[in-house]
Write a protein that binds this ligand. Structure first.
Ligand code: CP
Length: 306
C-alpha cells in the first residue's frame, strides 16, 4: 500500500515528514522530485479549496494535470470507476486524487485495481478527509508549536463530518485534549472509542479553548426530518467574537475547513475579523501540504506515506 486514504493508516513519523516537507515548499527551499508525472483530479462531488489547491500544488511541482470532468466522462455512460482508472493509468496517469460522496470508495478501488497507481483521498462521504486534517494540523503547529495537552474544541456536525473524523484521528496521535460539541442529532457515535470530552453546551465547550474548529452544517447529508433547523442551530451553536472573547483563551485560534455557512456556524463579523484570517491561512497551507503529499507518494525510490 502506498496511498493516502486516511489518517489511521499513516504513522506519526509520516505525518511529521509531510509537515516538514510542506514547510520546505512554503519557504521555497525544496524543488519538485515529480516533474512531468501525471496526476488526475477526479472530483465526483463539488469542491473549491481541495480541488484548486491540488491543482496549484501540482502546477508548482511541474506535473501534468488531468482535470477529469466526471459529468462529461464515460462514467456518465455507466463505465465503472475501476475501468476508468485502469484506462487512465495506461494513458500515463500515475496518481488519482479522488473526492466522492460514497464512504470507502477508494478502499474498494484499491482492492480491484492491479496496476501500481497511487490514490489520494480528497474526501469520501462521511469517512475521511486526510489532507484537510494534515493542513489543519500544519496551521495549528505554525501558530502554537504543539497540540499536546492543548484544548482543541470541534463544534457542530461531527456525525457527517469527514474533516472532524480525520482531525480527531490525527490530534489523538499527538495527545491533544480533544473536545467535541454538538446537538444530539449531529453527535459522533463512536466518540467513546477515543479519549474525547463531549459537550452539548457551547459556552461550556469553549471555556479555556486554545483552538476552536467549527464545522459546516452538512444539510445535504441529513436524513432525519426537520433537522437541521438552521435558526435553532444558530441560536445554540453560532460562534461570535463576544463568545470567543468571554470563554476561550485570549490567543485562541479560530478554524473552519470551509465552506462556511455565514451567520449559522460563525458570525459574519467574526469571519471578517483578524481571528477569521486563519480560515484563509488554512486554505493557503493546503497548497503546501498537497505538494508534500504528491511529492512523497510519487517520488522515484522515495518512502511512501503509508
Ligand atoms: N474544506 C474543503 O474540503 O473544502 P472544499 O469542499 O471546498 O474542497
Amino acid at each position: 500500500m502506498n496511498h493516502l486514504i486516511d489518517i489511521e493508516s499513516i504513522s506519526k513519523e509520516d505525518i511529521l515528514n509531510i509537515l516538514h516537507l510542506a514547510k520546505e515548499f512554503k519557504e521555497n527551499k525544496k524543488k519538485s522530485d515529480v516533474e512531468n508525472k501525471t496526476v488526475a483530479l477526479m472530483f465526483c462531488e463539488n469542491s473549491t479549496r481541495t480541488r484548486c489547491s491540488f491543482e496549484i500544488a501540482a502546477q508548482k511541482l511541474c506535473m501534468n494535470i488531468i482535470n477529469f470532468d466526471t459529468e462529461h466522462s464515460s462514467l456518465s455512460k455507466g463505465e465503472s470507476l475501476k475501468d476508468t482508472i485502469e484506462n487512465l493509468y495506461f494513458l500515463g496517469v500515475k496518481a488519482f486524487v479522488i473526492r466522492h460522496s460514497f464512504s470507502g470508495i477508494i478502499n474498494n478501488a484499491i482492492k480491484q485495481i492491479k496496476y501500481p497507481v497511487k490514490f489520494i483521498n480528497a474526501g469520501d462521504g462521511t469517512h475521511a478527509h486526510p489532507t484537510q486534517a494534515l493542513l489543519d494540523f500544519y496551521t495549528m503547529i505554525e501558530k502554537i508549536k504543539t497540540v499536546e495537552n492543548k484544548k482543541v474544541v470541534i463544534i457542530g456536525d461531527v456525525m457527517h463530518s469527514r474533516v472532524a473524523k480525520s482531525n480527531i484521528a490525527l490530534l489523538s496521535k499527538f495527545n491533544a485534549d480533544i473536545h467535541i460539541c454538538s446537538p444530539s442529532y449531529m453527535e459522533f457515535e463512536t466518540a467513546k472509542a477515543f479519549n474525547i470530552t463531549t459537550h452539548q453546551n457551547l459556552e461550556k465547550a469553549l471555556e479555556g479553548a486554545n483552538v476552536v474548529m467549527a464545522l459546516r452544517v452538512q444539510n445535504e447529508r441529513h436524513e432525519k426530518e426537520g433537522y437541521p433547523d438552521s435558526s435553532e442551530y444558530k441560536r445554540l451553536y453560532e460562534i461570535d467574537s463576544e463568545k470567543l472573547k468571554k470563554y476561550a483563551q485570549n490567543d485562541v485560534i479560530l478554524m473552519h475547513p470551509g465552506p462556511v455557512n455565514r451567520n449559522i456556524e460563525l458570525s459574519s463579523e467574526l469571519i471578517d475579523s483578524t481571528l477569521g484570517k486563519t480560515i484563509l491561512e488554512q486554505a493557503q497551507n493546503g497548497v503546501y501540504i498537497r505538494m508534500a503529499i504528491l511529492n512523497t507518494l510519487l517520488k522515484e525510490g522515495g518512502r511512501n506515506a503509508s
